[in-house]
Design a protein around this ligand. Structure first.
Ligand SMILES: [Zn+2]
Length: 178
């Protein structure tokens, strides 16, 4: 297969800028044959794993290869590919934490809009289809000319470590107040 044909068949978007991260992520979890959404929360190194918030049934993690700065994923601890496998309590918490994530991104990063959703099944574009997860992608006026969920190259202006630091503080400040 020629390179130009390969290019046409492969989604370009964020792969271009974040290829080194992505490869590390994929090869690591593939080699160990593990689900990262199950293994990462078991580690206590939230900074390294980019986990910004832990609740009872769900946790929030920064996407290591984001569509936009501050791209979060809200993930139930339960390993399932089906929304219907979640209990009422888990679904309620999932939605509340999605909403909370939106508020944090608004406050910390001055997000002006959001793309929120899930790709369910490989055919729908899920990178990790065995374990359901919701994307919360902050948007700013003029951040891109195309929907980042479809395809476009992004320049990520802030390092993941800096973003983690700011979001972790705000998420956990909120929790302490409750
Ligand atoms: Zn899992």
């Amino acid at each position: 297969m020629s390179d130009s044909k390969k290019d046409k068949e492969k989604p370009k978007n964020h792969d271009l800028l974040w290829a080194p991260w992505r490869m590390e992520y994929i090869s690591d979890s593939h080699r160990k044959n593990e689900c990262i959404f199950c293994t990462l929360p078991k580690s206590s190194d939230d900074r390294k794993n980019l986990i910004v918030f832990r609740n009872t049934h769900v946790f929030v993690i920064l996407n290591r290869y984001p569509y936009n700065n501050g791209h979060l994923m809200v993930v139930p601890y339960k390993h399932t590919s089906e929304l219907s496998a979640l209990s009422a309590q888990e679904k309620l918490e999932l939605f509340n934490v999605i909403q909370n994530s939106q508020q944090v991104l608004k406050k910390v990063m001055a997000a002006q809009g959001f793309n929120i959703g899930a790709n369910i099944g490989t055919v729908a574009g899920a990178g990790i289809d065995a374990h359901i997860h919701f994307h919360v992608v902050p948007r700013w006026i003029g951040d891109t000319n195309c929907m980042p969920v479809i395809s476009c190259t992004k320049v990520i202006s802030e390092s993941l470590g800096d973003t983690w630091e700011k979001l972790y503080k705000e998420f956990n400040k909120k929790r302490r107040k409750k």
